[in-house]
Design a protein. Sequence first.
Length: 121
Amino acid sequence: MDVTAKSEIAREVGEFIEDHQGQDTRVIQVSGVSSWTDFFVISTVKSMGHLKGLLKHVQNYLSQNNIKVFHRQKKIQEEGWILVDCGFMVIHLMNESMREFYELEKLWYAGETLYQSSKSS
């Protein structure tokens, strides 16, 4: 799969997450600064229930679109952050406190933002 196709998939996943109430959703191309993935999709969830529901929707979306998931977590931990590793794309679903603490956008500031939800600050 070429970079353009991967970019479009990552953007579609970001839009899908926003459509399912993910907040401040961003897609960052990190291929120029990361050797292990090309894109980060980062979104904030409102609660553990929202995290579980959104994860289920995302997993169904990925399955329906034949996007392989590596290292599937069997149980959601109570920390408030789930990582979905698709190889070329890593999806981060985080509660607000985890998102503020880890500041992934600042950590990966050299990456290019390809998508930012309309509600992003």
